[in-house]
Design a binder for this molecule. Structure first.
Ligand code: SAM
Length: 264
């Protein structure tokens, strides 16, 4: 009877492990809302409670263990490996990252702004493609995320071209000109909370930080979605807008990036 009980317990644990690490992720990857609920709420809270660490701390450790100091490509690869094989995280990801890379390379911005740094994954992707003298300001209002991002960016050897600025976008945007001596931005990557895309680009417009030809690239326009922002940039005479279809980071659920050129 003892053996039977032990065998049943082992079987139950095995089944739970298969559910947790394989079956549920395989099922939810086709539905963006379910994928976000599973990875971004349930799994993250369980692992935080179980390990006594945070997801950004675990991601940073993966970078320190797998990536070569000063090699930005290896930092990107280490984060993508962590997110595909250990834990999902809300970086723009490898698939949409290729679209981001091609837009940044095309624009070759001297001045770039990112709204929403998280652990610095997209920051590294953008900064490694800046031309000589190019500069990226990235805004993050969570001090713990900003602290991790600074270490990830330094590990990639890109700290000289990136400024991680702590604080809320709505508070910072009106002060970017005086504080950083910025005339206008050549490129803006929007990837913070989705309901803030629209108010924040209107604020950038009002503050004169967009010039004729400034390229805006907005992530997650389908999942979780930014309907008011999309309607604005697609209908406004001041923008020429184009959608790049792709998938929510590290899943097969539909998502995409919207590239919008400011026409003045
Ligand atoms: C989706 S994550 C950014 C991911 C990152 N761009 C990447 O691809 O690696 C969104 C981040 O925006 C930050 N955030 C949200 N609203 C913000 C705001 N108003 N100002 C500054 N940061 C904000 C959140 O704390 C979070 O870290």
């Amino acid at each position: 009877n003892m053996w039977l009980l032990l065998l049943s317990c082992a079987g139950l644990l095995g089944a739970l492990y298969a559910l947790w690490s394989w079956f549920i992720p395989a099922v939810v990857q086709f539905n963006g809302s379910l994928a976000l609920l599973w990875h971004d709420v349930i799994v993250e809270r369980c692992l935080d409670a179980f390990t006594g660490t945070t997801r950004p701390q675990r991601l940073l450790r993966a970078v320190q263990e797998r990536a070569t100091r000063g090699d930005s490509e290896s930092v990107i690869a280490a984060i993508d490996h962590f997110c595909r094989h250990q834990e999902w995280a809300m970086n723009v990801g490898d698939e949409k990252g290729f679209i981001l890379d091609s837009v940044v390379s095309e624009v070759s911005p001297q001045t770039a702004l990112e709204l929403g740094t998280y652990c610095g994954y997209s920051t590294v992707r953008i900064a490694r493609l800046l031309p000589p003298g190019g500069h990226l300001i990235t805004l993050e209002f969570n001090p713990n995320y900003a602290a991790v991002a600074r270490q990830v960016i330094a590990w990639a050897g890109l700290e000289d071209m990136v400024q991680v600025v702590e604080g809320a976008s709505g508070d910072w945007i009106p002060h970017l000109r005086e504080h950083f001596g910025i005339e206008s931005f050549d490129f803006v990557f929007l990837d913070h909370w989705k309901e803030l895309y629209l108010p924040d680009i209107k604020l950038l417009e009002e503050c004169g930080l967009l010039r004729k030809g400034t390229v805006l690239l907005a992530d997650n326009v389908v999942c979780p979605g930014t309907p008011d922002y999309l309607e604005y940039v697609r209908k406004s005479q001041s923008y020429e807008s184009h959608y790049f279809g792709s998938h929510l980071e590290y899943t097969r659920a539909e998502d995409g990036l919207e590239k919008s050129v400011y026409l003045g």
